[in-house]
Structure formats: structure tokens, C-alpha cells
Write a protein that binds this ligand. Sequence first.
Ligand SMILES: [Zn+2]
Length: 78
Amino acid sequence: MLVPVRCFTCGGLIADKYGEYSNRVKAGEDPAKVMDSLGVKRYCCRRMFISTVETIYQIIPYYEALRRRMSEVQTEIE
Ligand SMILES: [Zn+2]
């Protein structure tokens, strides 16, 4: 799932900051310091960053397998 555009609790805009947060944390920076530097102060917004799981990379293999199986079935029919 993509990161929500706004915080569920306060409605603060968070999606514009998530890309930079994600890149900097992957580069090895401390997540708390990255959120502080991005101006994410409220704990409701901070939990949005911490708890977001990008499930798209877990879902993509199933769609690839489904497409592969559909093409196999299509060739069996022909
Ligand atoms: Zn919030």
C-alpha cells in the first residue's frame, strides 16, 4: 500500500515528506532525526512514517505469476 497522503489523526500532509524520509533511512540515518529535520513533530504523524509498510513489492510477484499462468492457459487453448 502506498503511504497515506495525510495523517489519519490530525490530517497533516505527510506524503510529500515520505520519499525523502524513506531514502534517508535506507541510507542509514536515524529515523527519529530524519523526522525531526523534516518537521514531523507530532507523534500521530511520526507513527504514520514508522508504521507504513509498502506492500506493493510483496504483491507484484503474484501478479507476475498470474499473468504468466494466463498466458500458459491461452497457449493451451490455441
Ligand atoms: Zn498527525
